[in-house]
Ligand binder design. Structure first.
Ligand code: HEM
Length: 367
């Protein structure tokens, strides 16, 4: 007997899927329509988070390989592009949640305490796989969010499994690590890591770049000081601070000595790709960077949109998870996991001011 042809309901396990919306009562019939709405919206988010995690881990695995084949980059861009589309959808999905009026929610909110999206272990895994560090997290009232989660997990029946997932994700290679390793190998002015004189080539590129940046800073300062009423000393101070930050960033002076050479080359690779992004060889690398920037932008938009939705539904009261609520959520919107990709935007040079490209033939065409 051949296997029976699959049916839609069997393949999607619809019976099981549709039997999971009974809430604490474990019974659909006892759940009011507003609460059913609340449960389904959350479950829909969590299903998308599951796919996001799969896509992120796949992209991370490609990037973290010891050698990333040229043709792997389009795959990474493709999978991260899917994550971006999912987040775009999720940001819009909050509008559905907002059809729950403040009073509709108050009717069942108290029975949820201390359950909260704060315990979405999949969101924590997403943050961890991307590369958010514990030190970046918002600490409220001296309470470290990861420790709070761990404590909550210990006290809840399903907690062990949830915490095990978070804990395992903490030990994974992050997408940020993979991206940095890949950027580190960028050919800079035709020189790659391991080539004779590579460090000198990178240093020469950075010295030239910084000198040119100083030149554009002076031009900007002169123009700004021509604006009537401008405080010249303050303008000079701001421009000098920008120059100093650029130097610290590009020469990795913010890092311990032992890491400096590696970080410097990684950041130089990033500046190089962003600066000479029109070169054919850099077409995919720049697309990858753009896609990661968009990913972080989407995540920030997600956090901001969630916070506005929360403000609309519960105002500024404390969350069911015990945080300050909207204030806490607004602070999380300041997280930047891929900070270097954002910082580099502050110190890019106009195309005409860039150091002359060396060995252009290596990058796809002579210029
Ligand atoms: C009426 C609807 C909602 C309200 C009032 C609400 C409220 C809150 C509040 C106040 C927090 C802060 C933690 C706390 O003290 O509880 C929070 C966190 C969170 N919520 Fe919601 N939420 C709602 C819907 C959603 C939905 C649909 C999702 C989708 C999965 C979600 C996901 C999250 C996540 C992931 C966090 C953790 C944020 C972080 O710590 O970075 N929430 N929510």
């Amino acid at each position: 007997m051949p296997d029976p042809a699959p049916t839609y309901w069997d393949y999607l396990k619809l019976d099981q899927l549709l039997s999971l919306q009974g809430g604490l009562e474990e019974h659909d019939g006892q759940v009011e329509p507003d609460e059913l709405h609340f449960i389904i919206v959350h479950q829909a988010f969590e299903l998308w988070f599951k796919l996001v995690l799969r896509e992120l881990r796949l992209a991370r695995d490609y990037l973290a390989a010891p050698r990333v084949a040229e043709e792997a980059i389009p795959h990474v861009v493709h999978h991260l592009g899917r994550v971006n589309e999912i987040f775009r959808l999720l940001v819009d999905q909050f509008a559905i949640m907002e059809t729950l009026t403040p009073q509709d929610f108050l009717a069942f909110r108290d029975k949820l305490v201390p359950a909260s999206g704060f315990q979405s272990f999949q969101m924590r895994e997403i943050e961890l796989v991307l590369g958010l560090e514990d030190a970046q997290r918002v600490v409220e009232g001296g309470l470290d969010p990861m420790r709070t989660l761990e404590r909550m997990a210990r006290q809840s029946p399903g907690g062990a499994g949830a915490w095990a997932k978070i804990d395992a994700a903490r030990r994974e290679t992050t997408l940020l690590d993979g991206l940095r390793r890949w950027l580190h190998r960028t050919p800079i002015q035709g020189s790659s890591p391991g080539d004779p004189g590579d460090e000198d080539a990178v240093d020469a590129f950075l010295a030239d770049y910084l000198a040119r940046l100083e030149g554009t800073g002076e031009v900007a300062a002169t123009k700004l000081k021509e604006i009537p009423g401008t405080d010249a000393a303050e303008t000079d101070r701001r421009i000098a601070a920008g120059q100093s930050q650029a130097r610290t960033f590009l020469l990795a002076l913010d890092r311990p000595e032992a890491e400096r050479a590696r970080v410097k080359r990684t950041r130089a690779g990033l500046v190089f790709v962003e600066s000479y992004r029109r070169l054919p060889l850099l077409a995919w690398p720049r697309l990858l960077i753009d896609t990661v920037v968009e990913l972080e932008e989407q995540l920030v938009l997600w956090r901001t949109r969630h916070a506005r939705m929360v403000e609309r539904v519960i105002g500024r009261r404390v969350g069911t998870g015990g945080s300050s609520g909207v204030d806490y959520l607004d602070q999380t919107a300041r997280y930047r996991i891929f900070g270097e990709l954002w910082t580099v935007r502050t110190l890019l040079l106009p195309r005409d001011d860039l150091p002359a490209l060396q060995r252009p033939e290596l990058y796809g065409f002579a210029v």
